[in-house]
Write a protein that binds this ligand. Structure first.
Ligand SMILES: [Zn+2]
Length: 211
C-alpha cells in the first residue's frame, strides 16, 4: 500500500520511463522497416511493369525495322551541338507519353523533364536501365512443313529458340535488393536484379554468369 501511494505521488520511476522510451524506439524502428519494405515492394512492381513495356516496345521496333534498336548514335542539333541519340529516344514513340525509363528506386538519374543533359561533349538522355541488346535473330514463329521429319527438327529449333529468347536479356535494373540505404554512386552489387527478356517476360533473379 505504502509503495503504491509513494509511486502515485512521484509519477513514473526513471526506469519505467526508460523502458517505455526503449519500447517506443523499437516499435518506431519496426514501423520504418515495414514501411520501407512496402515502398520497395511497390517500386519493384512499378519497375517490372515498365520493363515489360520497354521489352514490348523493342519487339514493336523490331517488327517495324527488322532489327533491334541501336544502343545509340551521334547526331547534331539544330544549334550545331552534338547530341547522342540513345535508345530511350528511339523507343519513345513506342511507349506512349508515360515516363517508363526511370526506376522508382533510382536516386541518381534525373527525371525526364530535366533531360537531356549536357555531359561535356554532347546532349544525351539517360535511363535507370541498362539496355543489353539481346540477340533475337532467330525466327520464333512456327510454320509447319510437309516433311514430318523436317517438321520435328523445326519444332526442336523453335523450342531452342524460345529457350534462348527466355534468357535473352534486353534490360537490367540494378536498383533493388541492395539494402535500404544507397549512398550516391555507392557501388553495391545487388543480390538479385530485375531482368527484362526478349520474350517480354520480366524476372527477379541473380545475373546469369557472363553478364
Ligand atoms: Zn527498378
Amino acid at each position: 500500500m505504502l509503495t503504491h501511494r509513494k509511486r502515485a505521488a512521484h509519477g513514473f520511476t526513471l526506469l519505467e520511463v526508460l523502458v517505455v522510451a526503449a519500447v517506443i524506439c523499437v516499435l518506431v524502428g519496426v514501423l520504418f522497416a515495414v514501411l520501407g519494405a512496402a515502398r520497395e515492394a511497390a517500386a519493384r512492381t512499378t519497375c517490372t511493369n515498365q520493363l515489360r513495356q520497354l521489352a514490348t516496345a523493342v519487339d514493336m521496333y523490331r517488327q517495324q525495322h527488322g532489327a533491334l534498336p541501336p544502343h545509340s548514335y551521334l547526331g547534331t542539333r539544330s544549334t550545331g551541338e552534338a547530341e547522342m541519340i540513345t535508345w530511350q529516344e528511339i523507343l519513345r514513340p513506342h511507349v506512349g507519353p508515360e515516363d517508363v525509363f526511370l526506376c522508382p528506386s533510382d536516386p541518381d538519374t534525373p527525371p525526364m523533364s530535366e533531360q537531356p543533359v549536357w555531359d561535356g561533349r554532347c546532349w544525351m538522355y539517360s535511363s535507370s536501365y541498362e539496355y543489353r541488346q539481346g540477340l533475337l535473330q532467330q525466327e520464333r514463329v512456327y510454320k509447319p512443313r510437309e516433311d514430318p521429319e523436317q517438321e520435328e527438327m523445326r519444332k526442336e529449333d523453335l523450342r531452342k529458340a524460345n529457350a534462348a529468347a527466355r534468357h535473352d536479356i534486353l534490360f537490367i535494373c540494378n536498383y533493388h535488393d541492395s539494402g535500404p540505404r544507397r549512398a550516391y554512386n555507392e557501388k553495391v552489387r545487388p543480390r538479385r536484379y530485375l531482368l527484362a527478356h526478349g520474350d517480354g517476360s520480366v524476372t527477379w533473379e541473380p545475373l546469369p554468369d557472363g553478364l
